[in-house]
Ligand binder design. Structure first.
Ligand SMILES: [Zn+2]
Length: 105
């Protein structure tokens, strides 16, 4: 995946309307309030791998979620970029203009 070279954006942010299963098979949940929906995940292109994704619940609690490593979402993005290059280019334009993407809205 690629982010425009002149972009200062370092993270791709997804707002998930539904819950998301972690690699342990359980839904990701806020450690403070237990919220499992409307989570926002942050994928950092420079940290693709086993680094936990940062997740924020609707109530502003932010945590590193080890069951959602960066590679999970990076893999999705890479698959989209390869399979749908025109749509990927459109997404990159949105990202460059707005600094974030909203999925499932
Ligand atoms: Zn919370």
């Amino acid at each position: 995946m690629s982010v425009p070279e002149d972009s200062t954006v370092r993270a791709v942010t997804f707002k998930l309307n539904g819950g998301v299963l972690g690699t342990n098979g359980s839904p990701a949940a806020c450690p403070k309030c237990g919220e499992q929906h409307l989570l926002t995940v942050r994928v950092v292109p420079d940290e693709i791998g086993e680094t936990p994704t940062y997740v924020e619940c609707p109530w502003g609690h932010l945590w590193a979620e080890p069951t959602l490593p960066q590679r999970v979402f990076a893999g999705l993005l890479a698959a989209v970029a390869e399979e749908y290059p025109e749509e990927w280019a459109a997404l990159n334009r949105v990202l460059a203009e707005r600094g974030r993407l909203v999925a499932g809205a």
